[in-house]
Every structure is written in C-alpha cells, then in structure tokens.
Design a protein. Structure first.
Length: 314
C-alpha cells in the first residue's frame, strides 16, 4: 500500500471529508505495517527493533496489530516490556500469556491491577506464595477464582479460605483442605460463615467440635458442629451449658445415653431442653416422678405422654 503524502491540516481540510477518510485509513495501515516490521526485526533478535516495538506499544492504540505481532514473537525481553508497559490491557495480557520467565511473571503479578492481564499471568505462575499474594490485592471474582484454581499449598489454601468476601469461593477453598490443622484453623477463624461451615463439616476432633458448637457466633456453624459430634458426654455438656437454645435442642436430639438424658431431664435450666430430653427417656419411674414434680406444666405433660406411650407398648 502506498504511503500518504505529508499534508498540512489546512490542505486536508480543503480536500474534503472523503479524502480525509482515505488519508487516515492509509495512515493507520501504514502504522500497522510499521508495527509488523518491527515485530519481524525483533523476532530476529535486533535489540533496537524490540525497543522501538515496546515504545510504540506504550502509545499506540492499534491493539490488533500489536497482538498479531505478539502471536509470532518469542523474544522474552520484548514480551516482558510489552506485558509491563503497553498502553492497552489486551496487548499486555497477550504478551503476559507468552511469558515463561518466572521472575518477570511474579513482578507483573505484584504491580498489575487489570483483571485481564492477571488472568493471563496467574496460570503461568509457579511460585505458590506469588499466586496467593494476588488474592490479597484483588477482589475481582474471576481473579480470585483463578488464584484458587492455581493454589495447591494447603496452608495457602487455608489462608485463602479464611479471608473475607466472595463467600462461595472461600467455602470452595475450605472444601479442598485435607490437613487437619488447616481445617481446624479455618473452622475457628474464617471470615465467612460458609467457609467455617465447610471446614467444620470435615472435622472429626470431638473436643474441637464441641468448642465450636458452644462458642461460634454463627447459628449455622454451631448446627453443623453439633451434627458432627457423636461423643455423648460432649453432646450432654452442650445441651446443658450452651447459651443458644437451638444448639441445645440439636444436641439433645442426638443424645441416646439414658443416664445423660436423665440428668438433663432433671437439671437443665431451659424447660424446652428438659422437655426434649424427657421425650427420649425409657425410665418409667423417672418419667412418673417428672410428670408429678417438674415446675413447668409442659414438661410434666411431655413426661406423662411418654410414660403412657411406653406402657402401651408393654
């Protein structure tokens, strides 16, 4: 294509709109050709051409031509320069997607804030700490998801799960934990309740579960903790000492030990908890005593009904 002859602004205005359009089209095509030639020379290892290509990318808005050049470019130095300084984020992303130098990728991950570029960088990062660090600086969901997909280190997955925001991703991170200590930490301290619930559902430590059932500030987390507890004394302790009625009732529902149920039926401070325990008693003499003497009518009625049911089954 022929290059346009240089014209003054007055000459262009006098030529009319059609000639202006033709000249601008010619100029753009010429710029794309220049970019293409610089790319070819850079690929051949000519340092000056690489420097000019990077400099051109800083101010050029011809992303199509630049990306076309990047597709055929293997020069890591030029790719790094383009990935770091190109004015268009699509161009930076295209260059980052071809970088193999880990130091360069880490450097970009620490300074870049455009999600498109980071999404090109994250899958190429090897250093797990560098991958995780992206999640501490960015709250973009797609970026966080890419970070989580790339993480394999259990302590770092746990750290990701403990952070706040994007609760479904935090829960997904908790679900990937296999390390008992990491699970315990997430269960106790995660910023999102869904992450705590996911971690609690994977715990087996009965003492820790009992502690969470009594102390965690979220009702749903406490409910999941109780569901994981099989230790009867722990359930009885929760039923008697938890400050939350729903948690107490959930603990009683899992109790089968008759001695513990009898103790709760006599001594639990909350009448609904006593009534729930009474409904599971098998000791007819105790039921008769409670039906006569409990201070709350509802509890007495529950004892009488339970006693009647047991007698009918004899």
């Amino acid at each position: 294509m022929k290059r346009c002859r240089s014209k003054t602004m007055m000459q262009i205005l006098q030529d009319g709109s059609l000639r202006i359009l033709l000249c601008l089209t010619c100029s753009l095509a010429g710029a794309a050709d220049d970019i293409g030639r610089l790319g070819q020379e850079c690929q051949k290892g000519k340092r000056k051409a690489c420097e000019l290509l990077v400099a051109t990318a800083r101010r050029s808005n011809d992303s199509i031509a630049l990306i076309a050049v990047i597709e055929g470019l293997d020069n890591q130095g030029a790719l790094e320069g383009l990935a770091k300084t190109a004015g268009d984020s699509d161009v930076r992303a295209a260059a980052a997607g071809k970088l193999g130098n880990q130091q360069s990728l880490v450097s970009i991950s620490r300074t870049e804030r455009d999600p498109k570029v980071l999404l090109a960088v994250i899958p190429r990062l090897i250093d797990q700490a560098a991958v995780y660090d992206v999640s501490t600086a960015m709250m973009d969901r797609d970026v966080l998801e890419a970070v989580l997909d790339r993480l394999t280190d259990q302590p770092l997955i746990a750290a990701f799960a403990r952070a706040k925001g994007n609760q479904d991703l935090r829960a997904r991170a908790a679900a990937r934990l296999t390390d008992a200590a990491a699970l315990a930490e997430v269960a106790r301290t995660a910023g999102e309740a869904r992450a705590r619930m996911e971690a609690v559902a994977r715990l087996t430590d009965q003492t820790l579960l009992a502690s969470i059932a009594q102390e965690n500030g979220n009702e749903n987390v406490r409910r999941v903790a109780v569901a994981q507890i099989s230790d009867q004394p722990s359930l009885a302790s929760i039923a008697k000492s938890s400050t939350d009625q729903a948690t107490k009732m959930a603990a009683v529902a899992k109790l089968t030990d008759q001695a513990l149920l009898a103790d709760i039926s006599r001594n639990a401070g909350e009448w609904r908890v006593r009534s729930s325990a009474v409904a599971k008693l098998a000791d007819q003499a105790l039921l008769a005593e409670i039906a006569r003497s409990d201070r709350i009518e509802n509890v007495r009625a529950t004892a009488a009904m339970r006693l009647d049911d047991l007698r009918k089954k004899q």
